[in-house]
Each structure stands twice: as structure tokens, then as C-alpha cells.
Design a binder for this molecule. Structure first.
Ligand SMILES: C[S@@+](CC[C@H](N)C(=O)[O-])C[C@H]1O[C@@H](n2cnc3c(N)ncnc32)[C@H](O)[C@@H]1O
Length: 276
């Protein structure tokens, strides 16, 4: 599909894992590579590790559970959850170069047994029904035009009673956001829903107990803090610019401005599959 190719061109680059590991070593020396040390570089969504920690509190993974990360990027959240909670995590992502980087970083952190990544489409998940205890997706649904299809697939692979947690950026009341953004070069590969449409799509897909929380204030506060830190300390050496290149700075400025002007909302969502 043309839009999927455009998306992969937006995200992909060569040599991601070696670049990340070299940046880490340049700052910290020859230390053991852990998900915590990698966190500034491999949680590719607004508010990074802080947002993953909040989502983890909602998911409350147990060591005997198997989670699915839909749109797992280079695998930072999956590795961090597996290392922190002892659970298994499978990830799926459209971008081949991201999946390769995820596998290499799983290896570097010694987590290959508990974190598995495959390349594929969230709209056609290659897993049997009822396979996962919990599933999550952070800053991915904005790339998906057919949102109900995404939610139907997530529901199918969750076990009865399983929980889905989502961090979605959504359309604000003040019009389209400024592009390019971290998830899209322009409006052709960006599909922002409203909070109400998200709830209705989840309901139509068959989810129950749907809770949608507006977390835009937290994202706004994060960008305010980032601006202050930049003034005092200058740009950080370790950040998602190592993954995406210096272009990320323009993307992040556009998100911060869009949030400020009411063009983007940050939603935190949980929904449950009916018990058997
Ligand atoms: C902004 S990144 C977020 C990555 C990861 N969730 C994280 O928070 O670190 C969005 C990711 O969604 C993936 N993606 C977009 N459309 C997809 C699809 N149809 N199926 C699977 N992954 C998709 C992209 O390849 C990219 O890795």
C-alpha cells in the first residue's frame, strides 16, 4: 500500500542499533546495556519513559503474563516492561528497520528469550485468537486509517477478560496539527480521531469498560519542562534524535505548538475484552 510505504520511508534508516549503542557508549562508557539506560533513546512517543511507566501502572503486568505491543517501534517499552515486571512481551511493527533494531537491542540487553519482535501489520495480526493476557499500543493508532480494524484485531488476539491500553494522540478542537510530526511527514499518513470517535470505534469493535482520559496537560507540561531544560543545559546527548536524526527537532516543535494551540490532544485509554 502506498501510504504504508510512505510511512516506512518516514521511520526507517540504516544502522539504528549500532548508532544507539555507540551513542550510549560515548556517554556512559562500556557499561552493561540495560532497558533503563536505553530508555531516553528507545521509547519513541510523547513523554518517553514517564508515559510508559503510567501505562504500566494501568496494565500491572504479572511475571506469568504474555503481553502484545502493537507498533512496537525499536522495542524500548517491550524491553522495559519485560525487565521490570518479568513478563513476556511480543511486539509487531510495520517498519523492517525498526524490527531489526529491536532484535539487536533485545540481544544487547539479554532479553531475546522474553521479548520477541516480528514485522507485520496491526490490521492483520499474525497471532491466533485469545493469545495474549494484555495488549498495548503507544502512539501508533494515528498512523491507522481503519481504526475499527485495528481494534477488532486487538480484541481478537486478547484472551477473554484481557486488557488493552492505548496512548493515542487525537484531533484537538482548533484544527489540523502542524506537520511534519514524529509519526508522519504530512496529513496523508496521519489519521487523528476525536476522543468520542475513539470510544465509539472501540465499542463497535466489541470492547467493554472503555475509559478515555485526556492527558494533554501532562504533554504540555513535558514540553514546557523540555524548553526550560534546553535553555539551562542545552540539547541532551541521548534522545530520540539518535533514532530519527536531527529532523526530530522540527517534528517535536510542531507537536509542542500543536498541543499549545489546541490542535492535538493526548489520550490514555483502557478497554477490556468480555470474560468468557
Ligand atoms: C511513533 S512510533 C511508536 C513506536 C513505539 N510504540 C514506541 O512508543 O516506542 C509508531 C510506530 O508504529 C508503527 N506502525 C505504523 N503503522 C503500523 C501498522 N499498520 N502496523 C504495525 N505497526 C505500525 C511504525 O512503524 C512505528 O514504529
Amino acid at each position: 500500500m502506498a501510504s504504508q510505504e510512505a510511512l516506512q520511508r518516514h521511520y526507517a534508516s540504516d544502522g539504528i542499533a549500532p548508532r544507539i549503542l555507540a551513542a550510549l557508549r560515548a556517554q556512559l562508557g562500556d557499561v552493561p546495556v540495560t532497558p533503563a539506560l536505553l530508555a531516553p533513546l528507545d521509547h519513541f512517543h510523547g513523554r518517553g519513559l514517564a508515559a510508559t511507566e503510567e501505562m504500566a501502572a494501568l496494565l500491572a503486568p504479572r511475571p506469568d503474563e504474555h503481553l502484545l505491543d502493537i507498533g512496537s517501534g525499536i522495542g524500548g517499552p517491550a524491553r522495559w516492561l519485560a525487565a521490570t515486571f518479568g513478563c513476556r512481551v511480543s511486539g509487531i511493527d510495520l517498519t523492517r528497520e525498526f524490527c531489526q533494531a529491536a532484535e539487536a537491542l533485545n540481544e544487547a540487553t539479554g532479553l531475546s528469550e522474553r521479548v520477541r519482535i516480528c514485522q507485520g501489520d496491526a490490521l492483520d495480526l499474525p497471532f491466533p485468537a485469545d493469545s495474549f493476557d494484555k495488549a498495548y499500543s503507544q502512539n501508533v493508532v494515528m498512523n491507522i486509517a481503519v481504526k475499527r480494524g485495528f481494534y477488532v484485531q486487538a480484541l481478537r488476539v486478547l484472551r477473554p477478560g484481557g486488557l488493552l491500553a492505548l496512548s493515542n494522540l487525537a484531533q484537538g478542537p482548533a484544527g489540523q496539527p502542524y506537520y511534519p510530526t514524529p509519526w508522519s511527514p504530512g496529513p496523508d499518513t496521519s489519521f487523528l480521531s476525536s476522543a468520542a470517535a475513539t470510544e465509539s470505534d472501540l465499542k463497535a469493535a466489541g470492547f467493554l469498560q472503555i475509559y478515555v482520559q485526556d492527558r494533554t496537560d501532562r504533554l504540555r507540561a513535558f514540553y514546557d519542562e523540555q524548553r526550560e531544560r534546553l535553555k539551562t543545559h542545552g540539547p541532551p546527548k541521548l534522545g530520540v534524535h539518535v533514532l530519527m536524526g536531527e529532523r526530530i527537532k522540527e517534528y517535536q516543535r510542531n507537536v509542542a505548538r500543536s498541543v499549545e494551540e489546541g490542535r492535538l490532544l493526548a489520550l490514555e485509554i483502557t478497554a477490556r475484552k468480555a470474560a468468557a
